[in-house]
Design a binder for this molecule. Structure first.
Ligand SMILES: Nc1ncnc2c1ncn2[C@@H]1O[C@H](COP(=O)(O)OP(=O)(O)OP(=O)(O)O)[C@@H](O)[C@H]1O
Length: 298
């Protein structure tokens, strides 16, 4: 690995005619961590990654690797490994032949081709025509390209898309391993649940604007906890909880008490001499928090 850098997105805007795909977006991606770049379909993820990789020119702002734009990098393939969605490969050529051509063009040792083929689990299919590959195998080939120059930064657009459960498990551990080696790893997805197990940090966008950036743990701080409680005498229970200062909302199967843990609700009922028929903690969960964040921006 040669060159480890942060990814710096600074007030980047991209308009396509009247469509504002990305709007004054700023965030930083740190080395040694896996960062999930999340947002619903059409949020502007691919456009942002394309600006980062010099494929689309921002209307305003700049996206760089430690202050240097992709097109100004001395040795781009050795600095940044990228796998964008819908990478096109020549159907009649093999994975090995694709990688050999790229290695030769960038002055990378031929031996590295076999290394990356093994790394992505394509060694036994290396000489097969890419036209016969499954979507998952194409994803692996895209990843092999990204890793070819042993770069310090990886930018991967929806790398989990198309992988089977075993492939998903494999890529999760690969992402973790790449970050553990000190690399900067940015992975886009429209599903938090897809990357939740492999990311340290999250950058969440919706409609082209930033809605949250921070550690994965910072996201769970927004989880709302509540308790569903019920008693044969629901009215008496509601009165006791309200008298104790809790916000109580009637629901079909009981009462919802917001922002409190089950033990406190149980104690209040016990002190008031009210036997309970149900007491259940409810957490909105990370995915709900994520959806709430992005839907607030729809
Ligand atoms: N070349 C283009 N011309 C016009 N509009 C575009 C172009 N590229 C993207 N857009 C629009 O910009 C917005 C953001 O699209 P983008 O593909 O970046 O989103 P995304 O978050 O990557 O979504 P997905 O997960 O569906 O790929 C969308 O409204 C899209 O229609």
């Amino acid at each position: 690995m040669t060159d480890v850098r942060t990814i710096d997105v600074e007030a980047v805007t991209k308009r396509f005619g009247a469509v504002s795909a990305v709007d004054a977006l700023s965030f930083q991606v740190q080395p040694g961590r896996v960062t999930g770049f999340l947002g619903p379909n059409g949020a502007g993820k691919t456009t942002t990654l394309r600006m980062l990789l010099g494929l689309v020119r921002p209307t305003a702002g700049r996206a760089t690797f430690g202050g240097v734009s992709y097109t100004d990098l001395e040795s781009p393939l050795r600095t940044v490994g990228a796998a964008l969605e819908a990478a096109s490969f020549h159907p009649g050529r093999s994975a090995r032949s694709h990688l050999r051509i790229a290695a030769t063009a960038s002055d990378i040792a031929r031996s590295r081709v076999d290394e990356v083929l093994a790394l992505v689990g394509l060694a036994e299919f290396a000489d097969r025509r890419v036209g016969g590959y499954s979507l998952g195998m194409r994803q692996r080939l895209g990843l092999a390209f990204a890793l070819l120059g042993d770069p310090g930064v990886l930018v991967l657009d929806e790398p989990i898309n198309g992988l089977d459960p075993e492939g998903i498990k494999w890529i999760r551990s690969l992402l973790r391993a790449l970050a553990a080696e000190g690399r900067t790893v940015l992975v886009s997805s429209h599903l938090l649940s897809e990357v939740q197990q492999s990311v340290d940090d999250v950058v969440i966008i919706a409609r082209g604007v930033l809605v949250h950036s921070g550690t994965l743990a910072s996201l769970s701080a927004g989880d709302s906890v509540s308790v569903l409680v019920d008693a044969p005498d629901r009215g008496a229970l509601a009165d006791a909880l309200t008298a104790a200062g809790y916000a109580v909302t009637p629901a079909r199967s009981g009462l919802i008490v917001a922002g409190v843990e089950a033990d406190a609700v149980g104690r209040t009922a016990f002190d008031a001499g009210i036997p309970l028929s149900a007491l259940q903690r409810q957490s909105s969960g990370l995915e709900d928090t994520f959806l709430h964040l992005v839907e607030g921006n729809r």
